[in-house]
Design a protein around this ligand. Structure first.
Ligand code: NAG
Ligand code: NAG
Ligand code: CU
Length: 122
């Protein structure tokens, strides 16, 4: 009897932990920016039609000899002005915040050529 009770307590605990882990995984999604093409000149429309949530992760993949990723505000996005955080590993992982998130390439002329995205997270 005691063994049975302990057994069912363990089963309950395992189920509870499973639900917690499942909930976290279900909420935070990971997106590779630009899919197979990565962070590139045609990336501007990539966010269209996708549903982003706060705390989702964006992975920027690119050759860091030719590109980087600047985290900017709306003005930086509009005017292609780098300021603030600059990432340049070529495999950058960024957690997005609720609302607008803006990213541009900081290499001269790249943002103006369309290498910029605006991601809205719920
Ligand atoms: C995004 O959300 C809308 C509205 O809930 C839904 O119609 C659409 O299918 C979703 N798109 C994706 C890619 O999940
Ligand atoms: C995002 O993470 C923060 C900090 O961990 C948390 O307070 C917030 O509830 C999360 N938002 C969502 C939508 O998961
Ligand atoms: Cu670039």
């Amino acid at each position: 009897m005691a063994t049975q009770l302990r057994g069912s307590a363990i089963v309950t605990a395992v189920i509870a932990i499973g639900l917690v882990l499942h909930g976290e995984i279900a909420h935070a999604k990971t997106f590779t920016v630009g899919e197979g093409d990565g962070w590139n000149f045609k990336v501007h429309d990539w966010p269209n039609g996708k549903n982003f949530t706060a705390n989702d992760t964006l992975v920027f993949k690119y050759n860091n000899a030719f590109h980087n990723v600047a985290v900017v505000d709306e003005n930086g996005y509009r005017t292609c002005t780098v300021g603030g955080k600059l990432l340049s590993t070529g495999n950058d992982v960024i957690k997005i915040q609720q609302g607008q998130n803006y990213f541009i390439c900081g290499f001269p002329g790249h943002c103006a050529a369309g290498m910029k995205i605006a991601v809205t997270a719920k």
